[in-house]
Design a protein around this ligand. Structure first.
Ligand SMILES: Cc1cc2nc3c(=O)[nH]c(=O)nc-3n(C[C@H](O)[C@H](O)[C@H](O)COP(=O)(O)OP(=O)(O)OC[C@H]3O[C@@H](n4cnc5c(N)ncnc54)[C@H](O)[C@@H]3O)c2cc1C
Length: 383
């Protein structure tokens, strides 16, 4: 593993950093408070070719890797966590099409996602199928060249705003999770509607809508991978999504740390900046160490993905460590700001609320530990 980036990579990151500093960061608070999907930011990501970083050039992507996707996601999340979350959720539709799609599906569906012309979303979670993803109740019944979808999805990021959805339904309930099947469903398909948008403790401008399918007819040609092959699509997509969550957590933690350092160097108590107190210095040291560990785990998972190595365990490790580290860092960032950190005047108040999400989405911390432990025990058996 070598994370010394090439000149070309550094140029791309520098351009993204400039966009973050000039466009995203100054509006981040406003975006959060507006409660409206930030279309301006999202369209600009498309214009800058940032919506298809790892997608092949022939399908409108940049033809780069998941490592570049991770570094860019980190920068976006650090500047505007909501925009970073949209970028991450978009990949949950783009990746399965890129990885499992036929050439025809890629021409039709991957290209508009990679260019940012259309936004994507991934619908797995249901009222009774959260951590227990195999318990999906949405049914897919074959009828000639079509499948009829019935059921609902909950919490779906980009829901309602996205134009393309990868939906996990069960085509053979008797086979349990082995009956799961992944479909590409377009917004506007008759029988596909949107329900409530969740009111959340943070990320107010990120849509998290209910998706409702009522006798919704989807062409059999829109199946990803194969009928009853949806479990594999789901697991692979979640593994990439976990890297995405770790990326968001690293970006947010870095923003909280930067804010804490700046504040500690300017806030004077007892006739000196509070950064002079060892109690504060130790907090900063622990925060920086947490971020460094998170970043290295995250880059490692992305690098393994790019190298074609097994990356699921590393993605789960990156996700659980980075998300919990992000919560620790944001907590300490508020502490370093004292009473002001508890007010809306400082961004750390928002960071603190935002951080919690990373411990829940794409599989909770408990589920990540299950994934890691299962892998470890399997590996121990093989030896
Ligand atoms: C803002 C937001 C965005 C989201 N975006 C999407 C999206 O785009 N697409 C999508 O499909 N879903 C999305 N989700 C759903 C999210 O992935 C789920 O909420 C998450 O996987 C947890 O499922 P649950 O909420 O049903 O919790 P539950 O599964 O009910 O878990 C409740 C608690 O029980 C614990 N638990 C459950 N099972 C076990 C076990 N076997 N061992 C130990 N502990 C266990 C959990 O860790 C948790 O602490 C989103 C959720 C939110 C809040």
């Amino acid at each position: 593993m070598d994370f010394a980036f090439t000149e070309e990579q550094q140029e791309i990151f520098a351009a993204v950093r400039e966009f973050c500093d000039d466009v995203l960061k100054p509006r981040a608070q406003e975006v959060d408070e507006a409660g409206e999907y930030p279309w301006d930011n999202v369209r600009q990501l498309g214009k800058l070719d940032l919506m298809g970083i790892p997608a092949p050039e022939e399908y409108g992507g940049m033809g780069l890797g998941f490592l570049e996707w991770a570094v860019i996601g980190e920068l976006l999340s650090g500047a505007c966590t909501t925009t970073g979350a949209i970028y991450g959720a978009h990949m949950l539709a783009e990746y399965p099409i890129m990885h499992f799609g036929t050439d025809e599906q890629k021409q039709k569906f991957l290209a508009p996602l990679a260019t940012g012309e259309k936004i994507g979303a991934f619908g797995l979670t249901e009222p009774d199928a959260g951590s227990d993803a195999g318990n999906v109740q949405t049914r897919a019944e074959r009828d000639g060249d079509e499948y009829i979808l019935n059921g609902s999805k909950l919490f779906i990021s980009n829901g309602g705003d996205a134009e393309l959805y990868v939906i996990i339904a069960n085509a053979d309930p008797s086979r349990g999770m082995r009956g799961l099947t992944a479909f590409i469903v377009e917004k506007g398909t008759p029988g596909f509607d949107f329900g409530k948008d969740e009111q959340k403790m943070a990320f107010k401008s990120l849509s998290n809508r209910e998706l409702i399918f009522t006798d919704c007819r989807v062409p059999a040609a829109n199946i990803l991978h194969k009928e009853k092959g949806g479990f594999r699509v789901t697991m692979q997509t979640l593994a990439v999504g976990r890297i995405g969550m770790a990326v968001g957590a690293v970006g947010l933690a870095q923003a909280a740390y930067d804010a804490a350092v700046a504040y500690a160097q300017t806030r004077v108590q007892f006739d000196q900046p509070i950064s002079g107190f060892q109690a504060i210095q130790f907090k900063l040291a622990d925060m920086a160490t947490d971020i460094e560990c998170s970043r290295l785990l995250t880059y490692q998972a992305a690098w393994r993905k790019d190298e074609g190595l097994d990356f699921e365990k590393q993605a789960a490790m990156a996700k659980v460590f980075a998300s919990e580290a992000c919560s620790r860092v944001c907590n300490e960032a508020v502490q370093i700001h004292g009473g002001y950190g508890y007010t809306k005047e400082y961004a750390v108040e928002r960071y603190f609320r935002e951080a919690k999400l990373f411990e829940i989405v794409e599989g909770t911390s408990e589920i990540q530990r299950l994934v890691i432990a299962n892998r470890l025990l399997k590996e121990a058996k093989l030896r």
